[in-house]
Design a binder for this molecule. Structure first.
Ligand code: PEP
Length: 260
């Protein structure tokens, strides 16, 4: 049974004070109770500077919302200016780490080899990497979706011993930052491929791995994505910045789940 995960990806948005204000607004809404009842899991992947205030706030409220980071470095400590270690993230009980987001792959030239090393560091420390894969529009139009996902997955998963918990996120680059997500059919096709590739690698264990959809998710379109057999939640960027909008997304997932 794969528990639906709704993970906010705030990217480079929200100061520490703004993160605290978001939590104050989000906590009293319906999503917190639904997550506390075990119907779904909710996580917030925040900028590093917001992790401590969020950790403090979540603890004070006894919230079940999990914390996530958006990057990690594979070395434990030392002369790596600007990087962050697993130990630093764990200090605030960070559970998830987004690895290989397309913005980092493109803007910071992160290769799948680098992504795998980062995932390995997160997993070794007991955190769960959320490993992003997804194609550009030219790859899709060129009919190369399956090959692209296969290559990205194989190279990003070299760290994996098939036992550590991982989460995959299918994020078509052409949908990110828009308000129009992939169609139900396109999301299922890609997430179905991902599960098939995972099955080739890990056999029936593939059935336990959550695959999220990300890119252009809104309260209006989340329902059409979560009905897909192989979509187990969503990574939500722009629509998660507003606590009310993110609550609506979580509650749409809860309703769909309780109807199934
Ligand atoms: C993302 O880039 O991880 C993402 C989900 O972005 P958005 O929802 O804003 O498309």
């Amino acid at each position: 049974m794969r528990k639906t995960l709704l993970a906010a990806n705030w990217k480079m948005n929200k100061t520490a004070a703004e993160a605290e204000a978001w939590l104050e607004a989000f906590y009293p809404l319906e999503a917190e109770k639904a997550a506390a009842d075990g119907l779904v899991e909710v996580a917030v992947c925040a900028p590093f500077t917001a992790l401590y205030p969020l950790h403090r706030g979540l603890k004070k409220k006894n919230s079940v919302v999990e914390l996530g980071a958006q990057n990690i470095f594979w070395q434990e400590r030392g002369a790596f200016t600007g990087e962050i270690s697993a130990e630093m993230l764990l200090e605030f009980q960070t559970k998830y780490v987004i690895c290989g987001h397309s913005e980092r792959r493109v803007l910071m030239q992160e290769s799948s080899e680098t992504v795998s090393r980062k995932c390995g560091a997160a997993a070794k420390a007991g955190m769960v990497p959320i490993i992003c894969v997804g194609e550009s529009i030219s790859v899709r139009r060129g009919g190369l979706l399956k090959q692209w996902l296969e290559a990205q997955l194989y190279e990003s998963l070299t760290f994996w011993d098939n036992q550590q918990e991982i989460v995959l996120a299918y994020e078509p680059v052409w949908a990110i930052g828009t308000k129009s997500a992939a169609t139900t059919e396109d999301a299922q096709e890609a997430c179905g491929y991902i599960r098939q590739i995972l099955r080739e690698r890990a056999g029936d264990l593939a059935d336990d791995i959550r695959i999220l959809y990300g890119g252009g998710v809104t309260p209006e379109n989340i329902g059409g994505l979560l009905i897909c057999d192989d979509v187990d939640g969503a990574l939500v960027g722009g629509s998660s910045l507003d606590p009310v909008g993110f609550d609506k997304i979580v509650m749409a997932a809860v309703q769909l789940k309780t109807k199934k």
